[in-house]
Design a protein around this ligand. Structure first.
Ligand SMILES: [Zn+2]
Length: 368
């Protein structure tokens, strides 16, 4: 299966000592060693235009970002989110990389670039991964936030909607709640949003009952520290599967953040690269079942350079239809709490039954 790729490493958008710096991509060169590397089709990146990003963000915010970037370095929120000369261009590159893949997967030629190449004789690629920074899911309509300048994924979703997509599902497994993405689609019935994240972590939002107006459409799954890989697999079966079956999207957009890995310096969710691989396989299977295979992974967080490369490689292995990741990662050293009662609460709040693994065969749920 061919996999479409874009790369926007934002070399000039960097600040020494900040976790979201250009060094995050310092180990991505190892991806060339992957045995399935030839299955990856790299598309050239065209920066997003102001018109394309202004579908998602307020013009005043965009102008402010551009001007502050030129005058940087400057911190623009307490996260801290920084701007330096080159940050504005980097943000447009990242958004453009997400747009490029969205158009390619949607099979709609871009007005700015040529139709992407198709491997001869193979079926059109419906899977993609945008390896981009800075991340985007905290950025809302009128403000950058939490290391995020432009909301790359929201810009991509809005592009697809403007091109005729009628229903999109966003699955955000970054370890932080994607409050910016949620804000942007808070009232948009065409877009479903699912976020799993570490409870209590930045930005502090994302409780189970936080979006009562949008039950079955905006779903929060806050997880306890060290939730571990079993949380990912149970979440897929108990929540994502019944949700997508009900919501019937035409394309999946994945906010793929890997800061939930047990060795990430910012969070402590206890996931492994094997767990991310298994989750990606589940998501791809769901896209195959309900979305004619259309699925786009867009990078969000992940702040240990070697772990980030390992998790990206594991996701690519799933996209290339391998049975296991090429690089075995280290298992989590932490015991996993039982989260079945918590998942049952989320399931019940959104009336997503029937769940697959909350049944009596698995024993009674306890702590959560
Ligand atoms: Zn994050």
């Amino acid at each position: 299966m061919p996999v479409l790729m874009t790369l926007a490493p934002a070399i000039r958008h960097t600040l020494q000592g900040h976790p979201e710096n250009a060094g995050r991509f310092s180990r991505m060169g190892r991806l060339e060693e992957l045995p399935f590397y030839s299955q990856l089709t790299w598309l050239p990146v065209t920066p997003a235009t102001p018109a394309e990003v202004s579908r998602t963000h307020a013009p005043a915010m965009l102008e402010s970002l551009r001007e502050a970037s030129q005058a940087g370095p400057v911190e623009i929120d307490p996260a801290p989110t920084y701007l330096v000369p080159g940050s504005w261009e980097a943000a447009l590159d990242a958004a453009g990389a997400a747009l490029t893949l969205t158009r390619a997967i949607r099979h709609t030629p871009s007005p700015l670039t040529e139709t992407p190449p198709r491997p001869g004789g193979e079926s059109p690629a419906t899977r993609g991964f945008a390896l981009i920074r800075p991340p985007g899911h905290h950025a809302g309509r009128a403000r950058p936030m939490g290391f995020c300048l432009l909301n790359n994924l929201a810009i991509a979703v809005n592009e697809a909607l403007s091109q005729g997509l009628s229903r999109a599902a966003i699955i955000d497994f970054d370890g932080h709640h994607g409050n910016g993405t949620e804000e942007l689609f808070w009232k948009d019935e065409r877009v479903g949003y699912f976020s799993s994240h570490q409870e209590g972590a930045y930005p502090g939002s994302g409780s189970i009952e936080e979006a009562p107006h949008a039950r079955q459409r905006i779903i929060h799954c806050p997880l306890p520290p060290r939730a571990g890989d079993q949380a990912l697999s149970r979440m897929a079966g108990d929540l994502l599967h019944p949700w997508l079956e009900r919501f019937q999207p035409e394309m999946l957009f994945i906010s793929a953040g890997f800061d939930g890995h047990w060795a990430d310096p910012l969070l402590s969710l206890g996931f492994t690269s094997q767990g991310f691989f298994e989750l990606a396989r589940e998501l791809i299977a769901m896209a195959d079942r309900w979305c004619q295979g259309r699925i786009l992974f867009i990078l969000e967080g992940g702040y240990s350079p070697p772990i980030l490369a390992e998790c990206v490689a594991a996701t690519l292995a799933a996209l290339a239809s391998l049975d296991q990741p090429a690089w075995p990662g280290q298992p989590s050293p932490y015991p996993e709490p039982d989260i079945r009662s918590r998942l049952a609460r989320v399931n019940a709040y959104h009336r997503l039954s029937p769940p697959s693994s909350l049944d009596a065969a698995n024993g009674p749920a306890k702590a959560g």
